[in-house]
Design a protein around this ligand. Sequence first.
Ligand code: FES
Ligand code: FES
Length: 171
Amino acid sequence: MTQLQDANPGLSIGLTINGQPRRLTVAPWTTLLDLLREQLDLVGTKKGCDHGQCGACTVLRNGVRVNACLTLAVMCDGDQLTTIEGLAEGDRLHPLQQAFIDHDAFQCGYCTPGQICSALGLAHEGRAHSPEQLREAMSGNLCRCGAYGNIIAAVEQALPLIHRDGRGPRP
Ligand code: FES
Ligand code: FES
């Protein structure tokens, strides 16, 4: 082991990810995004810019949408995290996932997990009641394919179902 490694031992943290409690050892500088993708193989969460500018890495932390690339893993000790992998219930897609299919709301799909997690967080913020407000509230999630019209239509379809069925982030 190198002197550098000796000086920077891993830190033990406890998380609940998609309903599964986990105890993990992480370096102090590991981002939540790298923890999800590199250590836990939850690669549905995408790395776009890695600088908080594209929203591709959006996940839910205690039900609140965050950019995983700007969140250190050690900051999440004791938290509940929800990623795109945690939304479906068996073969039953989450209403947002179904709505994105119904409205053809993606092309390459790279931004889609972040769009869906962001919309789910937004559903629980309860502050977007028109397409204009939805666009503003989702403006941190970029889509290089320009599927914005279909994305907004999908989110509009799903929001009432989320509220009716209570299918939010896991508690
Ligand atoms: Fe996190 Fe772009 S990868 S905002
Ligand atoms: Fe390609 Fe959004 S579907 S970036």
